[in-house]
Write a protein that binds this ligand. Structure first.
Ligand code: SAM
Ligand code: MD0
Ligand code: SF4
Length: 370
């Protein structure tokens, strides 16, 4: 079953679009309008899709040459107080393995990823009460500070929703990025995906983080009941909010959760969404996550215009992924070596650290958020 609702009835009625013209304008740097975006997301003809992917690739190349950046992923606590209906680690799921790595372990894992050759370390957790709340904030800030003292690479934090003051402190002690995905910019759908959570507070976190000098990432989930219109709206919102990194991840149904029996309609829509994001937000970072299809799905995502590989995880360390908690981890499929082989075969390379650092410095501008 395809969980995607068609675009709003009547939205594109009586409108005609010229694909060649839209793609030509995009190559010249002029982004598709909102209705053109809905149109592009609805393409189905294989030859049209091939043209779309080729243009997305050209635009990626124009801004990033052959560089693909690699992100190491450390999911250091899988405890969570929230009840997101799509997530394996939601508080009410008895099936999910819970662990919390110690600071020493987190540092050692980060050092190992650094030695392996990633460009950034993404420190992610559930909203673990150990790090959230009156006593927790201090521990969280200390943890990020300690990791920052031991690794030279840029750090991304994905800790969930925090008080503004804590966000600010994280920026001060060395967090370069704050990642927090809205999942959808449709308020109604948000309520069912993230029950009990506040849409505006989650949105405001990224804007605050940017004010404190961090780069910010937003993301949407696909196949969770959204329409093409919702997808196009999310892309244009992420762009309007000047997100530095934007992602789309296909929903992977999880045992023990309220959405366990939904089926996924495959990866085609994610590829199309990645390509359309590249046309709309041309010079932004767009991940190809190993957390949906593992290394098998990497080439197609990069061919669709992605320029970052996320969810690189060292094998045999007892670390989990989020959407695919085991896939390709212990067989080494999510290592820099394995990813590099795929990049080599595509004539691409791990982006040099100097290039990645330049991207951060160029965008780490309090001005940019206006
Ligand atoms: N707990 C923090 C939070 O929710 O912001 C950090 C974890 S966050 C990086 C986990 C993200 O992975 C979610 O925001 C969602 O976009 C994605 N995700 C989680 N479960 C998923 C699933 N079953 N399928 C696809 N993506 C999923
Ligand atoms: C990923 N599993 O990159 C990770 C996660 C959190 N910042 C990222 C969703 O796919
Ligand atoms: Fe917790 Fe994040 Fe999963 Fe939601 S997505 S249940 S906040 S770990």
């Amino acid at each position: 079953m395809n969980n995607v609702v068609k675009h709003r009835p009547g939205d594109l009625d009586n409108m005609s679009f010229d694909l060649e013209n839209i793609l030509g304008k995009a190559v010249d740097g002029s982004r598709p309008t909102f209705t053109e975006t809905v149109f592009l997301l609805g393409l189905r003809d294989p030859s049209d899709l091939e043209r779309l992917y080729n243009v997305a690739n050209d635009i990626r190349h124009k801004h990033f040459s052959n560089d693909i950046f690699l992100y190491g992923f450390v999911y250091y606590s899988t405890y969570c107080r929230n009840r997101c209906s799509f997530c394996f680690y939601n508080h009410e799921n008895d099936l999910s393995p819970r662990y919390r790595k110690t600071t020493d372990e987190i540092i050692a894992l980060s050092e190992q990823l650094q030695e392996g050759g990633v460009n950034l370390i993404d420190l992610t957790m559930g909203e673990d009460p150990y790090y959230h709340g009156a006593h927790g904030w201090r521990r969280l800030v200390q943890l990020i500070s300690d990791v920052n003292d031991h690794v030279e690479l840029p750090l991304m934090v994905s800790p969930g929703v925090l008080p503004d003051m804590v966000l600010k402190e994280l920026a001060v002690v060395g967090a370069d990025w704050y990642a927090c995905y809205q999942e959808t910019h449709n308020r109604q759908l948000f309520k069912s995906l993230r029950p009990g959570q506040d849409f505006d507070i989650r949105m405001g976190q990224r804007l605050s983080a940017a004010r404190y000098g961090m780069l910010v990432e937003d993301g949407m989930m696909l196949d969770v009941g959204e329409s093409q219109w919702d997808r196009a709206y999310a892309i244009h919102q992420m762009c309007a909010h000047k997100m530095h990194q934007i992602r789309a991840m296909t929903f992977v149904p999880q045992a023990g959760t309220p959405m366990s029996s939904m089926t996924s309609s495959g990866v085609e829509d994610e590829l199309k969404t990645i390509a359309v994001m590249r046309l709309v937000c041309q010079d932004r970072l767009i991940p190809a996550s190993l957390d949906i299809d593992g290394s098998m799905g990497l080439k197609r995502r990069i061919d669709a215009g992605a320029n970052v590989v996320t969810s690189i995880i060292p094998p045999d360390k007892g670390l989990a992924g989020v959407a695919q908690h085991e896939l390709d981890i212990d067989n080494g499929g999510r290592t820099v070596a394995s990813v590099s082989r795929i990049l080599d075969s595509m004539g691409l390379r791990r982006g040099p650290q100097t290039h990645y650092d330049q991207f951060i410095e160029m965008h780490r501008s309090v001005k940019e958020m206006g």
